[in-house]
Design a protein around this ligand. Structure first.
Ligand SMILES: *Cc1c(COP(=O)(O)O)cnc(C)c1O
Length: 395
């Protein structure tokens, strides 16, 4: 049965309709195709499928109908030609690098990226001859200065984690293209509901679907989106190396996409209220949230994003002791490093997600001992405020 043409419909229609192919049973919701392999009508059809003369499934390490529905739906939301789903956000980044780069190539990356991505760039990729130079996210001169003849990829996240710094994607795309490099954006924090990197010149969009795309903390997965030709190289890597997404996880994520636009609106709404409230609290030194007028890139965030996101960070007066007191006195906030969930979470970056950094590196990256990161979920805002108020007011 026919699929919808994503270019003809708005983002809300695409979120619930793109990519679905109904079986002869006429099911309304998407099926989970729990099948590792596929049968052929006869020997000639098998041969034609393997040769690539006939489209169709062969084996679920290559393609699976449920995974394909998720891929097509996410590609339709990002406005990209093709998406390949991966077993995790990290394997999406690995597949991008190993699918598109070769030994001797060089990456320029923002310093303010997911910690495990730093580990991949620093400890794993160099074994295969891929090296990385790290620069400050918003220092555009530094990005340009770090580019060498062998540089092939610029990599960033915006907003950054946990300080919610915003990079001008258009500006970095122009720098990348002036030097024949690709710009890859990890769009995990905003999702296509709030930010469309392709419309700003990016070449590759990467996701950890584990976060907002799932939205309820159930599965680990990821995706890479880009144009047909480049994504074929990523797909060939994935098909060969094997970090493919399971059909069950793909199904959870594609159902997640159906509510992504409305969920992101709610995350933004609640996060804005929490951020404004935190700014009023006497024991809070500083609040980081792009939706606040005090945020240095508030205007850029307003132009580049259609919402300010669900992550709010703040510094508690009194250093680590005060920050831990806030963490330990919460009853509602889950103490976990995960984010993008309907349930609000609280993290102390200096001793968890950023504990591997030296004191000096932490200072340089602004991860102070009193810093806390919230991923604001769907509880009643008054309840969340009450939950924080207790730890913020030492008796
Ligand atoms: C979590 C995360 C990743 C890694 O994703 P996994 O699904 O945990 O492998 C990559 N980038 C960002 C921004 C993340 O938050």
């Amino acid at each position: 049965m026919s699929k919808i043409d994503p270019t003809k419909y708005g983002p809300n229609t695409r979120a619930v309709r793109a990519g679905q192919v109904r079986s002869a049973e006429g099911e309304h919701s998407e099926l989970i195709f729990a099948s590792s392999s596929y049968v052929f009508q006869n020997a000639a059809e098998a041969a034609a499928r393997f040769k690539g003369d006939l489209p169709g499934n062969i084996y679920s390490r290559f393609t699976n109908p449920t995974v394909r529905t998720f891929e097509e739906r996410l590609a339709a939301l990002e406005g990209g030609e093709r998406c390949v789903a991966t077993s995790s956000g990290m394997s999406a980044i690995l597949s991008t690098c190993l699918g598109l780069l070769k030994g001797g190539d060089h990456i320029v990356s923002s310093r303010s990226i997911f910690g495990t991505t730093v580990g991949l760039f620093n400890n794993i990729l160099p074994k295969f001859g891929l090296t990385t130079t790290f620069v400050d996210l918003t220092d555009y001169a530094a990005w340009e200065a770090a580019i060498r003849p062998e540089t092939k990829l610029l990599f960033l996240e915006t907003p950054s984690n946990p300080l919610t710094e915003i990079a001008d994607i258009r500006k970095l795309a122009d720098i990348a293209h002036a030097h024949d490099c690709l710009l890859a954006v990890d769009n995990c924090f905003c999702t296509p509901a709030l930010q469309l990197p392709f419309s700003l010149g990016a070449d590759i969009v990467i996701h950890s679907a584990t976060k907002y795309i799932d939205g309820q903390g159930r599965c680990v997965g990821g995706a890479v989106i880009g144009d047909e030709k480049r994504l074929e190289d990523v797909f060939v890597f994935l098909r060969t190396a094997g970090p493919t997404l399971s059909p069950f996880n793909a199904w959870v994520f594609l159902k997640g996409l159906e509510t992504l636009n409305i969920r992101m609106k709610k995350h933004c709404e609640n996060a804005q209220q929490i951020a404004e409230w935190l700014e009023q609290q006497p024991h809070v030194e500083k609040v980081y949230y792009p939706g606040l007028k005090s945020h240095p890139q508030h205007a850029l965030a307003g132009r580049q994003q259609s919402g300010y996101g669900g992550v709010v960070s703040f510094i508690v007066k009194g250093g680590q002791e005060a920050a831990w007191r806030v963490v330990d006195s919460t009853q509602l906030f889950s103490i976990t490093a995960n984010l993008g969930d309907t349930k609000s979470t609280i993290t102390h970056p200096a001793t968890t997600t950023h504990h591997r950094l030296t004191d000096e590196q932490r200072l340089e990256s602004g991860i102070s001992p009193g810093l806390l990161r919230l991923s604001v979920g769907f509880e009643d805002v008054e309840d969340l405020q009450e939950d924080l108020r207790y730890g913020l007011n030492p008796r």
